[in-house]
Design a protein around this ligand. Structure first.
Ligand code: MIG
Length: 804
């Protein structure tokens, strides 16, 4: 094999020989080895390397090739690998690939001349831009929903107060979805070096992806729709574990709350003010001189007692963990790691040191199994005190100067790699080790780890927040796109700092931000040292009322969220869904004015708006849509103008939706009345919802300890079926009430008996009377008037309710 290192372009060249393997085909070209592996009918891996062997990638992929039938054909010009859903056409004269669907339509096509090429060690795959092609995903990336015309770099970076278009940020997920001609495909480039994705930036021919070094190693996905591609991608890279219920509640953070009495007062204020919350974070000031595995003796003399008191009030404590370990003679964790040889190193074997909060620090090499084990065990320091969750910050890894030398070496599961290859997976491995510790040390309670940095597959180990955002409207809307893009890229459990981390938050901005975030998977407020706090009462009475309203709404919606998280855990589909998932070929959804809209839990359409707007234009995609607060019905495929005073975030419910709500509670450990409210919205045809409950923590659900039932709405025959429940648990709700939105009938036939429906006004938010800026005739208090409802017996048995 000829390895050319001069600064000119080298292509793979003509195929010299090939042979069929159990799962595909492999061979050599003039300058490289290649291998195509069929993983599933719609999932093909492509590897091309100039090295003697292909480098194993130990981090992202957890799936082995599945036994799949495929056919092979050859002509003088091409080799063909054909599965039931996709054919790969391989050009012999110069190795290049075309992926076609069953109708023979091109999904993705390499440039015939440059297909896979090298410039020095940098390897690229050049794909022809398809007509009207759109690109979505790529994880935590700024910019628009459609990434066409833009290029991005994957290189995990601590970017304090990043800009609206800054790149790269903290997390790298080299996976995107391409859309054209009513078809979609996915592309995952499994290379941990610095990579670049160009979606037609600065050229009119190609989209391409490149890595500084290493193999061309990508997975091509083709399925009928975007959802199935995400499900397939998360079969390959893993799915989110079921989080504990408490992590879905409201989380309050600040850099930092101390001393201990301030933390207590914070908890008490939530309860006194009747604002639900579940989590309080301890940021870096809990530590002694920022040293991990310590508590500051002066500010936190008795952390165990503090945590116990908080727990009695229904609060969980999450502590921050920074990777940097202070180099200090008397500091036991440092000495232990040193003795066990667990730190990142220079090639001469000396420890790499960088300057972070504690001073000069070493960095545990989380790409080394022994280090992960050690760290996971050290976490007993926290779990013994009753800490429930862990927040892995600074794990890009960050250090002052932000330029870790490439000379630094990583173990990389024994392969040995320089910083060029190790950096992008460091954060993910820190999160992995932290999750392991939380699992091992907490008697099979569910771990909660929140991470800033990560790589493809991070969804298996941690929730993600979008780092140091800024207190302004653009950033608020950007955060939504970041979370939606993470959702397109396998990361379901994500959120942003409500209020903005950097800068002082104007009160209206906080109100809007928290209203939107009530529909985000991770619901967490945070702000920086020396800026306004981000507690719901820090912005005056009006904002406090709005915040309480939306936080309470979130707690009412928890049954819906919990079911959505369970679905996400099974399917990999996000809880906060970009409209590109369900409506990928509706061009309107990519418009600047609409690209921030998203579906929460599949059926709530959220139209995010800047804080200063009082009326907004929104886009309702195909279907029928009910304005959430009044039940006013709209048909889809149209733009609508909606009032959006600060107290009302525009939200629509999809016709055919089945929503589950409970009464508002103070925290997730607390269930007051035990009623489940099922709201069904007339649409068309048959729609289904899978209601899911379990203990809210622990692993027993894996052995059947859950309560799950299918609810089916037939909007044509006006019938709701609540199916027999599955699982060994009883429902936590003693009573069941069904609400019918958009139905005209007054009677229901239940088990052969005709019963009159009752009627009731349904109000999701409390009126903010004194502050409502609009005159009451223009903007009457939002209530769904006289919605018919029926109480039904709550048992495991099926019920059919036929409206007559
Ligand atoms: O150098 O721990 O993104 O959320 O509050 C800053 C202090 C370190 C950065 C995190 C932020 C956190 C802060 N941290």
């Amino acid at each position: 094999m000829i390895t050319q290192t001069k600064n000119t372009t080298q292509t793979a060249g003509p195929i010299q020989y090939f042979l069929l393997t159990e799962n595909g085909i492999k061979g050599e070209t003039a300058s490289a080895s290649f291998k195509l592996t069929v993983y599933q009918e719609g999932l093909i891996r492509v590897q091309v390397s100039r090295e003697q062997s292909f480098a194993p990638n130990p981090y992202s992929v957890i799936l082995n090739p599945q036994v799949t039938n495929f056919e092979f054909e050859e002509t003088d010009e091409f080799l063909y690998l054909i599965t039931k859903t996709v054919s790969v056409k391989i050009r012999r004269s110069n190795f290049s690939l075309t992926f076609l669907d069953k109708t023979g339509t091109v999904l993705s096509e390499d440039d015939p001349n440059f297909g896979i090429s090298w410039q020095g060690t940098e390897v690229s795959s050049y794909k022809k831009l398809q007509q009207w092609e759109k690109f979505i995903g790529l994880g935590e990336k700024t910019g628009g929903l459609n990434r066409w015309g833009k290029a991005y770099t994957n290189w995990n970076t601590d970017h304090f107060a990043y800009g609206k278009n800054s790149d790269p940020l903290y997390i790298s997920i080299p996976f995107y979805i391409g859309l054209h001609h009513e078809r979609c495909y996915g592309m995952f480039f499994d290379n941990t070096h610095k990579t670049v994705f160009n979606f037609g930036a600065s050229n009119n021919k190609y989209s391409y992806f490149s890595a500084e070094d290493g193999d061309m190693d990508y997975y091509f996905f083709h399925e009928k729709n975007v959802s199935d591609i995400i499900t397939s991608y998360t079969s390959l890279t893993g799915k989110m574990e079921m989080p504990p219920m408490w992590a879905l509640g409201f989380q309050q953070c600040r850099y930092s709350y101390y001393p201990d009495r301030d933390v207590l007062r914070l908890a008490e204020t939530f309860r006194d003010k009747d604002i639900p919350a579940d989590v309080i974070y301890l940021d870096i000031h809990y530590m002694e001189n920022y040293k991990v595995f310590t508590f500051d003796g002066k500010n936190f003399p008795n952390p165990a007692a503090l945590i116990k008191t908080l727990k009695d009030k229904g609060f969980r404590i999450v502590v921050i963990l920074d990777p940097g370990i202070k180099v200090e003679a008397g500091y036991a964790p440092y000495l232990e790691g040193k003795a066990k040889d667990l730190y990142l190193k220079y090639p001469d074997g000396s420890d790499y040191e960088g300057h972070v909060w504690p001073g000069w620090c070493t960095f545990p090499d989380f790409t080394k199994p022994e280090t992960r084990k050690w760290w996971a065990e050290k976490m007993a320091f926290y779990t013994d005190l009753g800490v429930d969750g862990f927040w892995t910050d600074m794990n890009e890894p960050a250090c002052w100067g932000q330029h870790t030398p490439n000379l630094v070496e990583f173990d990389y599961e024994g392969q040995k790699a320089t910083h060029r290859k190790g950096r992008n997976v460091y954060g993910m491995q820190m999160a992995r080790s932290t999750q392991q510790g939380a699992k091992d040390l907490r008697d099979s309670l569910r771990p909660f780890v929140l991470t800033r940095s990560g790589f493809a597959g991070i969804q298996r180990t941690a929730a993600v927040w979008t780092g140091d955002n800024v207190a302004n409207n653009d950033h608020m809307l950007l955060g939504i796109r970041l979370v939606n893009s993470l959702g397109l890229s396998g990361v379901s459990f994500a959120g942003y700092d409500i209020g903005g981390f950097e800068g002082n938050t104007p009160p209206p901005l906080y109100a809007r931000w928290i209203s939107i975030a009530a529909f985000a998977p991770l619901f967490r407020a945070h702000s920086m040292i020396n800026s306004t706090g981000s507690e719901p009462w820090s912005f005056g009475e009006e904002v406090e009322e709005i915040s309480r309203n939306y936080i309470k709404l979130r707690y009412k919606l928890l049954p819906l969220f919990y079911s959505a998280f369970y679905k996400s855990h099974l399917t990999g589909l996000p809880v906060s869904k970009s409209l590109a998932i369900d409506f990928p070929f509706d061009d309107n959804i990519y418009e600047k004015s609409y690209e921030n809209q998203f579906l929460c839990c599949d059926s709530l359409l959220i139209i995010p708006v800047a804080s200063f707007k009082e009326v907004t234009k929104g886009y309702l995609p195909e279907g029928s849509w009910y304005y959430f607060y009044t039940d006013k019905l709209y048909t889809g495929n149209q733009e609508v103008y909606v009032d959006c005073p600060l107290s009302y975030l525009p939200v629509f419910v999809k016709g055919g939706a089945i929503l589950t709500l409970q009464d508002s509670i103070q925290h997730t450990g607390h269930l007051e009345s035990g009623s489940l409210y099922i709201h069904v919205y007339k649409g068309s045809g048959i729609t289904r919802f899978s209601h899911y409950e379990d203990a809210g923590d622990g692993m027993d659900f894996q052995d059947g300890a859950y309560f799950k039932r299918e609810i089916v709405l037939n909007s044509d025959s006006n019938e709701v079926t609540v199916a027999t429940s599955e699982g060994t648990l009883d429902s936590r709700y003693a009573n069941l009430t069904l609400y019918f939105h958009g139905f005209e009938q007054n009677m229901a036939n239940v088990d052969g008996k005709n019963i009159s429906l009752e009627k009731q006004d349904v109000t999701y938010l409390k009126k903010i009377s004194d502050f409502d800026p609009l005159p009451s005739d223009k903007h009457p208090f939002h209530t769904c008037k006289q919605v018919s409802f029926i109480h039904i017996k709550h048992s495991k048995e099926p019920v059919i309710i036929q409206l007559v």
